[in-house]
Design a protein around this ligand. Sequence first.
Ligand code: AMP
Length: 420
Amino acid sequence: MSEQETSFRAPRGTYDLLPPASLEWRHVMGLAMDVFALSGYDPVETPIFEHTEVFERGVGEATEVVGKQMYTFTDRGDRSLTLRPEGTAPVVRAVLEHNLHRGPLPLKLAYAGPMFRQERPQKGRYRQFWQVGIEAIGVDAAALDAEVIELGQRFLRDCGVETTLLLNSIGHLDPDCRGGYLAELRRFLQARRDDLAEDDRDRVDRNPLRTFDSKERATVAVMKDAPLITDHLCADCDAHFAAVRALLGDLEVPYVLEPRLVRGLDYYTRTAFEFVSGELGSQNAVGGGGRYDGLAESLGGDALPGIGFALGIDRIVIARGTHEVPRRVHVYVVAVGDETAARAALKLATQLRRAGIGADLDLAGRSMKGQMKQASGSGARWAAILGERELASGKATLKDLTTSDQREVDVDQVAEVVRP
Ligand code: AMP
């Protein structure tokens, strides 16, 4: 480290993304947006911060995320703003604001960006983390659930992450469905309040479903005997869930039914799912999602069903089998000799770049040996060597760095010969 080492560090729970890790990051996010686009999901960007009510009303005040984890601040205009802890409520807010739901449905939107939650940092859990996600809004057909879930699973597979898909339905809020179930669950929990972990006891009255999220051993033991939502679904939600399962079967999407999966945010209705990986230790969820048919209304808009998911890039990168990413530099130009060779090298690299071919070169005056070392470190497939002999004849020696084969070509032909 240099003596000028800074005394500042990135804030707790955050980290700097530096090459080469940053390349993998961009690669995974780009891959996500490309795969999502193939199913018709167009990119959307919403602000990094929103009015605090968007999350209080959307995600739910009794959730961990809103109650304990938000970065909320008052700006100089005395407005309460919050760094977004998740992407769904902002996207639905934007849809309502711009009346996108008055156009053809479903709306299919995809996003990628940082989210913020003040959690206790550990491996796979940070205070600034990145998510990619999609939202399919305006249609409640089970086919949309199947499309969304299959897309999430396929993208994870394309990334090299093997996951298990956990699937559940948590019904809707009416008394003949989740409403009635919650009353029964609350009665069950009230009778066993003393057996629950201390931290979980206040959830019994406030938000009993959240007790299923607890990782505390005492609570987990109690929840083993708890009544299950899937035994209390109304006929419509039950039929919807059966249809989702049948369609996932058609698409050959393997899943495991998990009747205790409730997800951490209040807006979920009906289908809930999570992708978990064995590579991640205690933070084993790579991503998850579900239906949120009541979210638009809780934000003050029209009734508008929707379904989506969010996948954590930080965890995808940890769980990926390989950390290799396609390199962008295809040709490394090596100049041997004097100033004339160096100028010719910059010219050739520029020609290649203008032709859309990734090219780099040494600008620090390295020896030929040093330049060849740089060439192999750059990930380039080719070295284009310009020495005195080549310059005199208007040629370059092209060395294939994978096979070490060499041949001379006209400088003007280099782009054509190396074009991938
Ligand atoms: P959630 O909406 O909370 O289920 O989050 C969806 C996904 O985002 C999780 O499965 C994680 O991959 C990722 N995620 C959520 N919170 C964090 C965090 N604090 N640090 C890193 N990744 C996170």
